[in-house]
Design a binder for this molecule. Structure first.
Ligand SMILES: [Zn+2]
Length: 227
């Protein structure tokens, strides 16, 4: 089970209040893992760290917003609070693209967070599972696997910037860099990075990405399928 808290938050830019649900606990049981790090599962919820204020439309980082009220009781929340207050705006593809155009980050970590989610949204044409989060639905265009794999200039620019933002010996960054090189079609560099990863935890993903790179495949793929 995924359990939620229901919160009233206050915008730090315009002062208006809005509601939002936040994940208190979830797990990856039965989840499907993808080569780009995306996880999709019946009990797994991606909680957005970035929000958009429903009143002034400014971008807000969730952990910087004061919580005015919090409850785990959905009925109470619906009856007494939600009726008079808007929800925070969800983050979809267009909103992430706007966030990048507006350069809203203050740290490279925040920029990397936004660009990884934009990358997942671009890749969502190729995710093949039932438990698709609502914010990926907008990209669903049916079966695309027979089409030639082409990156738009925006997608390529996003990936090249992510290469800079993941330039670290951390194994979790290395596996991301290997996948980015593969999706860019730079298979030699992909293999070179994979060969630096010795973390057992990532071995299955390393093997899958290595196999795909050696067969010249650039699309995102499943690492291990869920139940
Ligand atoms: Zn606001």
């Amino acid at each position: 089970m995924t359990s939620y808290a229901f919160e009233v938050k206050q915008c730090t830019k315009c002062g208006s209040q809005f509601t939002i649900s936040s994940v208190r606990s979830c797990n990856t049981f039965g989840a499907t893992y993808y080569t780009d790090g995306f996880i999709c599962g019946p009990m797994f919820t991606h909680q957005s760290a970035l929000l958009s204020c429903p009143s002034c439309r400014e971008f807000l980082w969730r952990d910087e917003l004061p919580t005015i009220e919090s409850t785990t009781d959905y009925d109470y929340y619906r009856a007494s609070l939600r009726k008079s207050m808007p929800d925070a705006l969800g983050m979809g593809l267009l909103i992430y693209e706007d966030a990048i155009k507006a350069r809203i980050w203050r740290t490279e970590e925040q920029e990397r967070y936004i660009r990884i989610r934009l990358w997942w949204l671009y890749n969502s044409d190729y995710y093949k599972v039932r438990h698709r989060p609502w914010w990926l639905l907008i990209r669903e265009r049916g079966e695309q696997h027979n089409e030639e794999f082409v990156l738009s200039s925006e997608q390529e620019e996003n990936l090249r910037r992510l290469l800079t933002l993941t330039d670290s010996p951390d194994p979790d960054m290395l596996i991301m860099r290997a996948e980015i090189f593969r999706e860019l079609g730079e298979f030699g560099k992909c293999v070179e990075v994979l060969n630096k990863i010795t973390d057992d935890r990532l071995q299955v993903a390393v093997d899958v990405i290595m196999r795909l790179a050696r067969s010249g495949e650039r699309r995102v793929e499943i690492v291990n399928a869920g139940q």
